[in-house]
Design a protein around this ligand. Sequence first.
Ligand code: GUN
Ligand code: FE
Length: 455
Amino acid sequence: MRSKQVFKGNFFHAPTYGKAEYLEETLITVNKRGIIESVLSQSSSDYQAVLAEAKASNLLVDFGDKFVLPGFIDLHIHAPQWPQAGVALDEPLNVWLDECTFPLEARYSDLEFAKKVYSDLVRQLLNRGTTTAVYFATQHLESSIELAKISAQLGQRAFVGKVAMDNPEQTHDYYRDESSEQAIADTEAFIVRVRELAKNVTQGVYPVVTPRFVPSCTDETLRGLGILAHKYDAYVQTHCSEGQWEHGYVLDRYGKRDADVLADFGLVNDKSIMDHCNFVNDHDGELFAEHGAAIAHCPISNAYFANGVLPVNRLKKQGVKVGLGTDISGGFSPSLYDNIKQTVISSRMLTDGVDVTIEQEKRGVSDSRVSVLEAFYLATCGGGEALSLPVGLFKEGQIFDAQVLDPNQPANSLPGFDIYTEPFSRLAKLLYLSTPANITEVWVQGNKVKNPKEI
Ligand code: GUN
Ligand code: FE
C-alpha cells in the first residue's frame, strides 16, 4: 500500500471554461487511493507544518521550478489505427474505411500484433501527458480485452470498447461480427470480463458499449446494445453525424437524424460519448443536453474527414458537455496539445471577421472563437465532465492525475520564458510550444507511471 504523498509545485488548472488558475509553490496532499485531500497555498496556516512533516517522513515529491498541468483526457481514439497515423488522409470517410481502415483493423485477430501495437500506443500517449483515454478497439473480443489489460498494466486510465459492426451492407466478409446475436453476446462478454479485470486496477479500466456508427450496425444490434448499456449501466461511444455521407446515409435509412436514431435505440444517456458531431443542429444539442450525453470534439480529424468545425461554443451554451479527442488515425496526431491548438485554429475559421466593417463581406458565425484557455479546459475538466469522473482539477476530492513540464529542456527550451513571467503567458507558451521532450513526469491517480524518457 502506498503512503499518503505530498506534492509541491507550480500548478495550473482551469476550473471554469475560459478561466485558468495558477497555484504557485502549492502543496497537494494525496491519500493512498490517489485522491487529493487538501490543496495548501503558501499563505495557509498548515503549510509549513505539512511541508516539514512530509520532508521528515520522506513523503515529499518536490517538482521544483517546473510546472504541473492536469493529465489530459483523450475522449476518442482508435487504438488499432495507430500504425496508420499520418497516412491515407486524402480519401473520403467511406473510401478510407473500406480501403485502408477495415483491412488494417482485420489484422487484430492476431493477438501478438495487437499486443505490439497497443503497448506502443499506450506508452506514447502517456509520453504526451494523456492520462485517460477512451478507446475504440476492433471487432475482435480477445484483442479488445488485450487493450484493456495493457492500459491497466501501464498505469493509464482506459475506457475500452469492443467494436460492434454487423451490417453486411456496410462491412466486409473478412471483418464483421458474424451476426447480430454474436455482436451483442461478445459485447456482453466484454463488459463482464473488463469489469472483472477492473477489480485490481487502481486507476480504473471501463468497458464501453461501442456500435461503430449507425451505418455499420443492423437495427437488431443497435437495439441489443441499447439494452446492454442500460442493463450494465455502461458507458457508450459511437460516431454521430460526423460527415456528410454518413449523416445522409442515416437520414435515408430512417428518415431521421443520427441523434434521434441513437436515442430511439437507447444509446444516448449520461454515460454516452458522441464522437465528432459536426452536423448536429440545435435539436440534437438539446437532446444531448437533456440526456446528459457528451461530445468528443476531434478538430484535426474533422478538418480532414468532415471539412468541418464543431460549433463548440453554441453546444456549450446549450449545456452539452464537450471534451477533446485525437481520433487517431482520422486525426494524424496522438497529442492533445496538437488538438488544443487545432481547436483554437479551427474555431477561428468558423468565426465571423470581427474587424470587417463592410456588411457584404461579413462571414462566419459570431461568438465561435475558442481561446487556448477554453481548449485547455476541454482537454481536462471537459473530459472529466463527459466521463462523470472527478479528474481534471487540482482540488480536494479530485483524482491526482498530472503531467510535469520543464520549459528548459535542452531538446526544446521554450523561448522567452524568463521574459514573459506573467503566469498565463507562461501557460499559453506551455500549451502552444511544449513537445514530449518537456514532459518529464506523468502521474495517474497518485502513481508515477513510467517516466516517459525511459520508454
Ligand atoms: N466512422 C466509422 N468508423 C470510423 C473511424 O474509424 N474513424 C472515423 N473518424 N469515423 C468513423
Ligand atoms: Fe473516430
